[in-house]
Ligand binder design. Structure first.
Ligand SMILES: Cc1ncc(COP(=O)(O)O)c(C=O)c1O
Length: 400
């Protein structure tokens, strides 16, 4: 058989993590703090069933749902995005400047198709979302990490690295970041937009957790401070509607939209119609408000239980983030504990049987920090959070 293309080497990491996570789901005794999926209780199954029955009975919408559709996506869904999701967050745009994508992931890869040439530098938060890094590497970009603190990416380090590396793009997950749960402060959001204008660098603002805020004050997206069109906003319906529907969106100016249409036509020509229509109807029929409250209440409770349990069961000296939203927290263990090595034991030992994602995977450009871990609480019921953290904590403490 012919040899595979070189780019396939860059795609091994996430595929391996995802394979292991899903394999672990097949073991009923194992509790997964690894998977970043929404809670099953947060999926609006009954509402979607009702909407789908209705839609398929209506001649015009039924046919629309099963036919080829527009490259940009279903118009009323794009209007929903502009009016219900972006306008309240200070982003002034309209349906003509929004494209519906195959999940938030396609927003990332389409942006690369438009802008990234081999050898281009992309500045990323350190640590960051591995999946995005793999996409960047598939386009033969070089990723350079920017330091973070509790307020997200450090903008002084960002500016230094812009001067040093002349990047093509800055990739940021400003709200309840994957993997850390940290949020970029309002002042820094403004500064990122200023730096992008000052040095003419593109920003890809990937914000799929923004709408799951259950405490603290809402912040404006970086896009709302954009004066040049350099900020491209990507988002997803995976965490607020349905992950399996695979719908997301990308927001840009006229020129970006023109190029996006070319790139999307060449790659898959459109996003599936039925999920777009189900989602548009979900918002237009007014279900979102109640659903949004339900998921925020659900995740807030899980966050609170997770915070309490980490403080109670993890070794003294453990540091962890306290997110105001989203699905993850990030813990740094004391005493030189290595989360990559301990993971094998945590999954296989009969008295532990808990998985998580070792933090090492989330660092780029050779930086390897081995005492940290991403812990997902979103999809885990509170009683299981208690059991899993107690078992893991006991194992970690025994190693010190
Ligand atoms: C930061 C980030 N961006 C994008 C995505 C992709 O989301 P989607 O399911 O919409 O493709 C995820 C999903 O976990 C994510 O964490």
């Amino acid at each position: 058989m012919s040899e595979f293309a070189h780019r396939m080497e860059t795609m091994a990491g996430t595929a391996e993590v995802v394979k292991n996570l899903f394999a672990a789901l097949g073991d009923p005794e194992l509790i997964s703090l690894g998977i970043g999926a929404p809670a099953s209780e947060a999926l609006p199954v009954d509402i979607v069933r009702e909407i789908t029955n209705d839609v398929l009975r209506l001649d015009t919408r039924g046919i629309e749902a099963l036919q080829y559709g527009p490259v940009m996506g279903v118009k009323d869904l794009r209007e929903v995005v502009a009016e219900q999701l972006l306008a309240p967050k200070g982003v002034k745009t309209d349906a003509d400047h929004i494209m519906i994508t195959v999940g938030g992931l396609e927003a990332i890869s389409l942006t690369c198709q438009l802008f990234i040439n081999p050898g281009d530098v992309i500045l990323v938060e350190s640590p960051t979302f591995v999946h995005a890094v793999e996409t960047f590497e598939m386009f033969e970009a070089r990723c350079i990490g920017v330091r973070m603190d509790d307020d997200g990416m450090e903008v002084e380090d960002l500016e230094n690295k812009i001067r040093q590396y002349h990047p093509k793009m800055i990739y940021t997950i400003p709200t309840f970041q994957n993997p850390t749960g940290r949020t970029l402060s309002q002042a820094r959001r403004k500064r990122v937009a200023e730096l992008s204008a000052m040095y003419d660098v593109l920003v890809l603002e990937d914000d799929p957790y923004r709408d799951i805020r259950y405490s603290g004050e809402d912040l404006l997206p970086i896009k709302s401070f954009d004066t040049t069109g350099n900020v491209i906003l990507g988002n997803s319906f995976s965490k607020i509607f349905s992950a399996g529907s695979r719908i997301g969106y990308i927001v840009g100016n006229d020129r970006v939209m023109e190029m996006l249409q070319r790139a999307k036509t060449a790659s898959n020509s459109q996003t599936s119609m039925l999920p777009q229509i189900q989602c548009a109807e979900f918002f237009k029929r007014g279900y979102y408000e109640k659903h949004h409250k339900l998921i925020c209440d659900l995740y807030r409770e899980r966050r609170d239980v997770m915070m309490e349990c980490l403080d109670k069961y993890f070794p003294e000296g453990t540091k962890h983030t306290r997110p105001d939203g989203g699905l993850f927290t990030w813990a740094e263990l004391p005493g030189g504990l290595n989360t990559t090595e301990l993971l094998k034991e945590a999954v296989s030992r009969k008295d532990v049987k808990v998985s998580y994602i070792a933090g090492e995977k989330f660092f780029t450009d050779g930086e390897r920090i081995t005492n940290c871990m991403r812990i997902s609480f979103g999809a885990v019921p509170p009683d299981k959070i208690r059991i899993a953290t107690e078992r893991l904590g006991r194992m970690f403490c025994s190693k010190l």
